[in-house]
Design a protein around this ligand. Structure first.
Ligand code: BF8
Length: 639
């Protein structure tokens, strides 16, 4: 019997999964099965490979060793391993931010002619936050200073990261009191690595608290720099229509899939696909056009800004190649499966790496350079156009499913849409929450994971939340999952939202689920939360808000860093499945209970998406009560 229905909730993916079964193609789901049973010590976080006295492992049943060779116990080992994950996740996001700042610096120096300043308002806003005077300066001069300031924050040794001042005052006080204001982005990551070296930090709370600090350097630092500087360079997103799912691949066109995270190159690919000479060449080669489609977070970036169609999320990267219709999959960094190259060899698909940070042995590497960005993009598109001739049309098998969506809801756009472009304000949102039309705000983000039926947990959770009048903000692969289900159309409010939320969505003309971008754009959710606090009537801190976060299908280290900075910012955050901490009762207790008294937010682990949604709703209700808000206008929906 086919396993496709158990593996994915998405019809397009099921279609390709069935084909893969027929052809005996090995995919991530199969590799997961082959990996069983997975290492229980790793799962519980109680193995340590940090030095050559080890590897050590703690016996979870209490019968064998309870300390490693150096004497580290389960608490120390689990906390250290978790801090390692946070540091890696924060590094990935922040290195992305660094690259964007570097591109802006090159623009400022006149060395990256293919880019310019696309959002002057954002340029001035960020200059103001950084305290850069704009008097008698050109945009380019201001951009140069912003880039220098942003780049300096990576290696900054003392003081505080500037963007943290965008958080509510009370929140900043919490961080200062606890001594977890990040000083520099890289500094906190390096210190994390130092602390987990053999014989350094042994106090699990001290280790986790540094994890909070390091993650704040991601959310309110590296990721926020990535988001805001990308807005300056490429333009801030505005609500825009698009299409999502594998059906956006075209049978009669050259298909190029851009996969990864950093939009510096994919922005150029968007332009290069419209190059008249390349279009002409495509026609000469028998194709009707050049079709660019995105995958994972770089897809979210170009969808948000240009409406470029989105071919799917993390678990669909292998499936896209299996359609036999992809001429080139061009990748940059993060979430690129090493399995792609083996799979591509079955077809004519060429994988092209573009970042010096990510190469595959024997795979074409065309290095991206900011100073000749358009040229590089064109050369890759040309390869794809030439490769079209090698496509075996008899093996093309593109699922027909696509779905419309509206993307492009930034913190600023939500404000403008609610309050009107000329008097942008969060007042209507706050009032809707205060009056009991909207119960609260849910941030549902994160990855896919073959351990959980693809997309299923995202969709179930989000439907349950909106049914109960919780407006949902989304990013990353989670956003793509719900977009495919049709939850990001205004009509979705009529079909799926509770009465109160539906009224608000109908009045304003927005979907009940708002696509806020890629994973670095979780920083947009932080800013939106800070704005809601600033607007007044819902407490003085993010931790006062009737709001909750979730990552129902999480798998990456970046997801752990994101979760940590949400918790550190005061948000109750539910992960669909435990982080590797259960081997230490103390660490689990600290991050899932005690942290609430420390930073106002905490983790919860719950695999069942409906139960998880109700945990979020319960938390939101608790916050509503604490704020003495009016009862909800409409009763809670039953299951
Ligand atoms: O950065 S959601 S699977 S693509 S890690 Fe990766 Fe997870 Fe997708 Fe976006 Ni984020």
């Amino acid at each position: 019997m086919s396993k496709a229905l158990d593996r994915s909730a998405d019809k397009a993916s099921q279609h390709v999964l069935r084909q893969a079964e027929k052809d005996s193609v090995q995919l991530s789901w199969d590799r997961l099965e082959m990996m069983q049973p997975q290492c229980g010590f790793g799962d519980l976080g109680i193995c340590c490979r940090n030095c050559r006295m080890g590897p050590c492992r703690i016996d979870p049943f209490g019968e064998g060793p309870q300390v490693g060779v150096c004497g580290a116990n389960a608490d120390t080992i689990v906390a250290r391993n978790l801090l390692g994950h946070i540091a890696v996740g924060a590094a990935a996001h922040s290195d992305h931010g660094r690259d964007v700042a570097h591109t802006l610096a090159l623009v400022g120096e006149g060395k990256a002619h293919d880019y310019g300043i696309s959002d002057k308002a954002k340029l001035l806003e960020i200059a103001n936050i950084y305290g850069i005077s704009i008097d008698k300066k050109t945009d380019i001069e201001i951009a140069k200073e912003i880039a220098e300031k942003a780049l300096s924050e990576f290696g900054q040794q003392h003081g505080e990261l500037k963007f943290l001042s965008r958080a509510p005052k009370k929140r900043v006080e919490v961080w200062r009191k606890l001594g977890i204001m990040p000083r520099g982005i890289d500094r906190e990551i390096v210190e994390s690595l130092h602390r987990i070296h053999i014989g350094v930090d042994n106090d699990y709370k001290n280790i986790i608290n540094h994890g909070l600090r390091c993650s704040l350097g991601d959310g309110w630092g590296g990721s926020m720099i990535a988001t805001d500087l990308q807005d300056i360079l490429f333009g801030s997103p505005e609500p825009i229509r698009g299409k999502v799912n594998l059906g956006v691949l075209k049978e009669d066109q050259v298909n190029i899939v851009v996969h990864g995270h950093e939009p510096t190159l994919s922005e150029m690919a968007v332009k290069a696909c419209q190059d008249p000479k390349l279009l002409e060449l495509a026609k000469k080669n028998g194709a009707k056009g050049i079709n660019l489609a995105g995958m994972c977070c770089t897809a979210n970036e170009i969808l948000m800004r240009h409406g470029v169609h989105n071919a799917g999320n993390f678990l669909q990267q292998e499936l896209a190649i299996l359609t036999g219709s992809v001429e080139v999959m061009m990748v940059d960094v993060q979430c690129i499966m090493p399995a792609l190259t083996v799979l591509a060899q079955r077809f004519h698909t060429e994988i092209i790496t573009t970042s010096p940070k990510l190469k595959f042995p024997g795979v074409t590497h065309i290095e991206f350079k900011e100073d000749r960005a358009y040229e590089v993009a064109k050369s890759i598109i040309r390869r794809a156009v030439e490769n079209y001739k090698k496509r075996d049309k008899s093996r093309v098998n593109i699922p027909k499913e696509t779905m419309d969506l509206i993307a492009g809801f930034t913190a600023e756009q939500v404000k403008n849409i609610l309050g009107g472009r000329f008097r942008g304000t969060y007042r209507p949102l706050n009032d809707a929450i205060i009056s009991g039309r909207i119960r609260g705000i849910g941030g549902v983000v994160g990855c896919n994971n073959p351990k959980i039926k693809h997309d299923w947990a995202h969709i179930e959770m989000v439907k349950e939340l909106i049914k109960n009048d919780v407006i949902v903000l989304q990013t990353g692969c989670s956003a793509i999952a719900c977009a495919k289900e049709g939850l990001m159309t205004p009509e979705a409010a009529l079909e799926f939202a509770g009465h109160g939320l539906r009224e608000v969505c109908e009045t304003v003309g927005i979907p009940p689920v708002l696509h806020m971008g890629s994973c670095v754009d979780n920083s947009r959710i932080l800013i939106a939360a800070a704005e809601v606090v600033k607007e007044g009537g819902l407490g003085e801190d993010i931790s006062d808000l009737p709001a909750a976060g979730a990552a129902p299908e999480w798998m990456s280290q970046k997801a752990i860093s994101i979760g940590m900075y949400f918790v550190a910012s005061g948000v109750y955050t539910v992960f669909g499945g435990a982080q590797p901490v259960l081997g230490s009762k103390n660490v689990t207790d600290y991050i899932c209970n005690e942290l609430e008294d420390v930073v106002g937010g905490r983790f919860e682990f719950e695999e069942d998406p409906i139960k998880a949604a109700h945990l979020m709703i319960g938390h939101i209700n608790k916050k509503r009560e604490a704020l003495k808000l009016k009862p909800m206008m409409h009763a809670i929906a039953s299951n």
